[in-house]
Design a protein. Structure first.
Lengths: 372, 133
C-alpha cells in the first residue's frame, strides 16, 4: 500500500509504557491526525515514524518497505519523509530559497532552484525568496517550512503540532492554506495535535490516543464527534453535562429525559451531553424540564448559559445557544434534550484519565475568562 | 487502488482470502464511482457489508474455537464497526447526487477495510501461527 502503515507499535521509556500496540494506516493523499492529551505518546509515534528513535516492538512500513522494526532501522534521511515541527526549524543563516533547496542536494542546482521556487509559489512565498528567516512573520516561516518539507517530494509528511506557535487568526488561515497545498501534493500526511478543533478541520481520519498510549477510536471527524465510543473521546471536544443512572429497558433516565443505550439492564451508566444538546425553550409551554439561569457568557459566535435544574435547586448545566439569545439572571426556561449530542457509557469503564483538566467542565469563572 | 501487500497478510489462508475479497470489492466500488456508475454502487456496497459481516462471524468462530484469549475484545471491535457500515450505506445512497459523498465513500472504504478490519486483525497474527490453516 502506498503511504504509511504502522503495525503493533509499543514503546517504553524505562518502566513507562508510552505506546501500547498502536496501529494505523495513512494512504497516499490522505491526512490522518493523532489526537490526544499531552504525554499520551503521539509525538513518540511520530518520532518513531521519522526514524528519530528506534522501534522496540512493532513495524513501520512506508510504501511497502519496512523502515523500522526491532531488527530494522533505516535512518531518517533514507526514509523519504518530510518533517515539520511547531518551531519551523528553518536555518537562520540561510535565506528562504536556500532553506528550501537544502533538502535537494542530490539535484542539479538549477533544477533544485526551479523546484524550490515552484514550491514557494505554491505556498505564496516566492516574492520573499531572498529574505532571511528573522525577516519573516511566524506565518511566513511556517509556509517556508512547508515548502521545504514538500520540495523533495517525500512519500510521507510528518507534522508535529505544526500550528501551535501561531496566533488564533493566523492559525486558521495557515492551516487552511496548508491543507490545500497538502491535498494538491498527494502526499500521505500524519499529523499529531492536542487540539481537537485542528484535528477536525484538517483530518480525513482522526485516531484518538488515550493517556495510556492505546488507540481508543478511529474515524472521520463527524464520526468521532457524534458517535464517540468512549467517554474519554466524548470529553476531548470540550465541556460536557453529566448524569449518572442505571440502564433499564434500553435506556438511562436523566432529568432531561431518557437516553437510549444498548447496555444491559442494571448496568450503572453515565450520560454525557454536549452543551449544544440541551435546548432551551419558553417555560410557559409546559414541555421539558424547568431550569433557571444562573449565568450567561458570550463566547463570540455563541453564548454559554449556565442553568440550574429544578427551579434553581438542582444541578447546574451548560447550554450552548446562539449569541443573539439573551437570558436574564434567574429567568426560567423549559429544557429538553437533543439526542444527537447525548452519549451513554458504562460507569465502571476503566478510566483513561490522568489529566483531571479533561474531566471537569469549566467553572463559570473559567468560562468568563475565556470569553473576555 | 488498494493492494493487500505481504505486510497485511495473516498467513492464514481462510482469513487472508476473505481479506483479499474485501479489498477486491473496495477496488470494484471505487472503480464504479470513477467510471460514473454510481447508480449500481449501492447494491455493491450492500454486498460488501454482507460479506464483511459474514467474515466477522467466520473469524470470531475460528478465534473462539482456537482459544484466542482476546476474542471478546475483538468481537466488541467488530460490533463497534456496525455504525461505520451504516455510514458507508448512507454515503452509497447519496453518491448519485452528491460528489462529496462519492469522495467520502471511496476514502472510508479504504480506511475501513485496511485500518479497521485488516490492520486490527494483525493483532492475532502471531496467535494464528500455531493454528493449522
Amino acid at each position: 500500500m502506498k503511504g504509511l502503515h504502522i503495525q503493533g507499535l509499543s514503546h517504553s521509556y524505562g518502566d513507562n509504557k508510552v505506546l501500547d500496540n498502536a496501529g494505523l494506516i495513512v494512504p497516499a493523499g490522505e491526512l490522518v491526525c493523532m489526537l490526544g492529551p499531552s504525554g499520551c505518546g503521539k509525538s513518540t509515534l511520530l518520532r518513531l515514524a521519522a526514524g528519530l528513535e528506534k522501534v522496540q516492538h512493532g513495524k513501520i512500513i512506508i510504501d511497502d518497505v519496512t523502515v523500522g522494526s526491532a531488527d530494522v532501522h533505516l535512518p531518517p534521511e533514507k526514509r523519504h519523509i518530510g518533517l515539520m515541527f511547531q518551531d519551523y526549524a528553518l536555518f537562520p543563516h540561510l535565506n528562504v530559497i536556500d532553506n528550501v533547496t537544502f533538502g535537494l542536494l542530490d539535484m542539479a542546482p538549477d533544477k533544485a532552484r526551479l523546484l524550490a521556487m515552484d514550491m514557494l509559489t505554491q505556498v505564496g512565498m516566492a516574492a520573499q525568496s531572498d529574505k532571511f528567516p528573522h525577516m519573516l512573520s511566524g506565518g511566513q516561516q511556517q509556509r517556508v517550512a512547508l515548502a521545504r518539507a514538500l520540495a523533495p517530494e517525500p512519500k510521507l509528511l510528518l507534522l508535529d503540532e505544526p500550528f501551535s506557535g501561531l496566533d488564533t487568526n493566523l492559525r486558521e488561515t495557515i492551516r487552511e492554506e496548508t491543507l490545500s497545498v497538502l491535498k494538491n501534493s498527494g502526499v500521505a500526511t500524519l499529523m499529531v495535535t492536542h487540539d481537537p478543533e485542528e484535528a477536525m478541520f484538517m483530518a480525513d481520519r482522526i485516531k484518538i490516543i488515550g493517556a495510556n498510549g492505546h488507540i481508543l477510536q478511529a474515524g472521520r471527524p463527524h464520526e468521532i464527534y457524534y458517535h464517540p465510543t468512549h467517554e474519554f473521546v466524548a470529553r476531548l471536544f470540550g465541556m460536557m453535562n453529566r448524569f449518572e443512572g442505571v440502564a433499564a429497558d434500553g435506556q438511562v433516565e436523566t432529568p432531561l429525559g431518557a437516553v437510549a443505550t444498548d447496555l444491559a439492564d442494571g448496568t450503572p451508566a453515565e450520560v454525557l451531553i454536549r452543551p449544544e444538546g440541551v435546548i432551551l425553550g419558553t417555560s410557559d409551554n409546559n414541555q421539558g424540564t424547568t431550569v433557571e439561569v444562573t449565568s450567561s457568557h458570550l463566547m463570540g459566535h455563541d453564548n454559554i448559559v449556565r442553568v440550574r435544574l429544578g427551579n434553581g435547586e438542582g444541578e447546574d448545566l451548560h447550554v450552548r445557544v446562539h449569541h443573539t439569545f439573551e437570558a436574564e439572571l434567574k429567568e426560567s426556561f423549559s429544557c429538553r434534550l437533543d439526542h444527537e449530542y447525548a452519549f451513554v457509557f458504562p460507569l465502571d469503564a476503566e478510566s483513561e484519565y490522568t489529566n483531571t483538566e479533561l474531566m471537569d467542565a469549566p467553572t463559570s469563572e473559567e468560562i468568563s475568562a475565556a470569553g473576555e | 487502488m488498494v493492494e493487500l501487500s505481504e505486510d497485511f497478510k495473516l498467513q492464514y489462508e481462510a482469513l487472508d482470502s476473505d481479506h483479499q475479497k474485501l479489498v477486491e470489492m473496495v477496488n470494484e466500488i471505487s472503480g464504479m464511482l470513477d467510471e460514473g456508475c454510481a447508480e449500481d454502487c449501492k447494491a455493491k456496497v450492500v454486498e460488501f457489508i454482507n460479506f464483511t459481516k459474514a467474515h466477522f462471524a467466520r473469524e470470531e468462530q475460528l478465534l473462539t474455537k482456537s482459544g484466542y484469549p482476546n476474542v471478546e475484545n475483538h468481537s466488541r471491535h467488530h460490533k463497534a464497526l456496525d455504525k461505520k457500515m451504516d455510514h458507508l450505506l448512507e454515503f452509497a445512497s447519496m453518491v448519485t447526487v452528491n460528489e462529496l459523498a462519492c469522495d467520502s465513500l471511496k476514502k472510508e472504504l479504504v480506511f475501513f477495510v485496511m485500518d479497521d478490519v485488516i490492520s486490527s486483525d494483525l493483532d492475532f497474527k502471531s496467535f494464528l501461527e500455531n493454528i493449522p490453516s
